[in-house]
Design a binder for this molecule. Structure first.
Ligand code: SF4
Ligand code: SF4
Length: 448
């Protein structure tokens, strides 16, 4: 029996599937366009994270099934799974698994950062370039993270998104990857990794390059886009630099930038021929030229990868932070997105890529990388979960449960009107609703 695109898209919408790689874009809304190729993004390019890797090791067939479903929904002829070539065992395993599906192939990626960025990934895998400021479908391609594809396959079987794999690493006794109900307290994750080796520590949610440090990890809970957490000392530069405000960044740039242009020369988007030159933006800002010329609006092309401030700048300045501030300002002013022209690809592009080994040294995290996470086979069973009603791009879900309700894993906790961009959220453990408000639903487990 032929399965219709509408049927698959509806299943994905009902299950609340969103971009699990960090974007959180509702997956059903990405399926409005038809494309030629769907790429399964298994690059997992942030250092230290292994959640997608373990998922592919354990559930490759479901990921492939999800890829085939998305290909059907988007009328794509070809599916390509992109994983780092350093994972030999995974490549061999996937090669076996895709044999029955001639429309699916593998692409082994080099080990550089940010190989998983959609613009870079598409260029690596297909040789195509998305025009600057545009989306993958403009070149007939759709990119989905492998966890998203796994969840799409589960959605098709009627299972909503209630858990995901999360990596817990850094200053913990035993780094782990574990299946975690959505809304699990971060303190439970750290306990699952044997606790921290430090008495005082900070936590980054996500990878070290694009993740967010949190002020109090005891008040934080996992979401559909939490791929990992990293425990680090409070004096690590990834923590101390977050204490510098944007206006302080600007003052530091004015005082210290020697316009060496290293930030531009190593910027992955510049190396893809996008009209983005962080050193020029720094220069015009230092000269107080703040009208919205190209060096200001090019902030919209920055992918926030952090190469400029973590790897490139010899003066410890952050063009990335300036671009973040500029993007905020342009959004507040409702500045219309200009059209950007591509430049030719710089010839030195490949030589200037940042290898993961160099990145780990710059991050001072080699010792964490040497202590690879193990897979924890028993899923976490938290005493309570706090399920945020906005874990995605779009509007918040509206709760459909009330205090005291007895609920079971998989039932609906919040929904959005079908004509609005957003995603449903579901109860992730069996228990009783112990708090509800416009931001979250808290469930207390029935097994404690
Ligand atoms: S964060 Fe820096 S290196 Fe990365 S895209 Fe933006 S300007 Fe370029
Ligand atoms: S790398 Fe640093 S010092 Fe060099 S131009 Fe960029 S911001 Fe200025």
């Amino acid at each position: 029996m032929q399965i219709s695109a509408a049927y698959i898209i509806n299943k994905i919408e009902q299950a609340g599937v969103v971009g699990a790689g960090g974007a959180g874009f509702p997956s059903h809304a990405k399926l409005k366009q038809q494309v030629e190729v769907v790429i399964a993004n298994g690059a997992e390019c942030e250092p230290l994270l292994y959640s997608d890797n373990i998922l592919l090791e354990r559930h490759a067939s479901q990921v492939i099934q999800g890829l085939l479903l998305i290909m059907t929904a988007a009328s794509a002829r070809q599916g390509i799974i992109a994983v780092k070539k350093k994972h030999n065992h995974l490549i061999n395993h996937l090669q076996d698994q895709i044999k029955p599906f001639p429309q699916v192939s593998l692409f082994p990626l080099d080990d550089f950062y940010p190989a998983g960025d959609e613009h870079i990934l598409i260029n690596e895998v297909t040789g195509k370039r998305i025009p600057p400021g545009q989306l993958p479908f403009s070149v007939g391609i759709l990119v989905n993270n492998v966890t998203t594809l796994y969840q799409a396959a589960s959605a098709f079987a009627g299972e909503p998104v209630t858990s995901r794999y999360v990596t817990v690493t850094g200053e913990v006794r035993q780094p782990v990857v574990v299946d975690v109900p959505i809304g699990t307290p971060l303190s439970d994750l750290i306990s699952a990794a044997g606790g921290s080796r430090l008495t005082d520590f900070r936590v980054i949610i996500g990878g070290p390059m694009m993740g967010q440090s949190v002020t109090d990890y005891r008040q934080e809970y996992t979401t559909k886009i939490t791929s990992g957490i990293i425990v680090i000392p409070p004096d690590h530069f990834l923590i101390t630099r977050t204490q510098i405000q944007p206006w302080q960044q600007l003052k530091r740039v004015q005082a210290a930038c020697d316009n060496c242009r290293m930030c531009t020369d190593l910027c992955p988007r510049y190396l893809l021929g996008h009209p983005l030159e962080p050193h020029s933006t720094v220069r015009v800002l230092s000269q107080q030229q703040i009208e919205a010329g190209q060096h200001i609006t090019s902030a919209l092309l920055c992918c926030n990868c952090g190469i400029c401030d973590t790897v490139a700048c010899p003066c410890n300045l952050s063009p990335r932070a300036l671009y973040q501030a500029l993007r905020k300002e342009l959004a507040q002013q409702k500045f219309p997105t200009p059209s950007f022209q591509s430049r030719p690809l710089p010839a030195e592009r490949k030589q200037r890529r940042t290898p993961l080994s160099k990145l780990l040294q710059r991050l001072n995290m080699v010792k964490y990388a040497e202590n690879k996470p193990i897979y924890l086979s028993s899923p976490l069973l938290p005493a309570k979960v706090l399920i945020k009603l906005k874990q995605h791009v779009g509007i918040s879900a509206v709760p459909v449960v009330k205090m005291g309700d007895k609920v079971s894993k998989g039932c609906l906790a919040g929904q959005v009107p079908s004509d609005k961009l957003g995603a449903k959220v579901h109860v992730s453990i069996n228990g009783t609703v112990s708090q509800v408000n416009v931001e979250f639903v808290e469930i207390t487990s029935s097994i404690y």
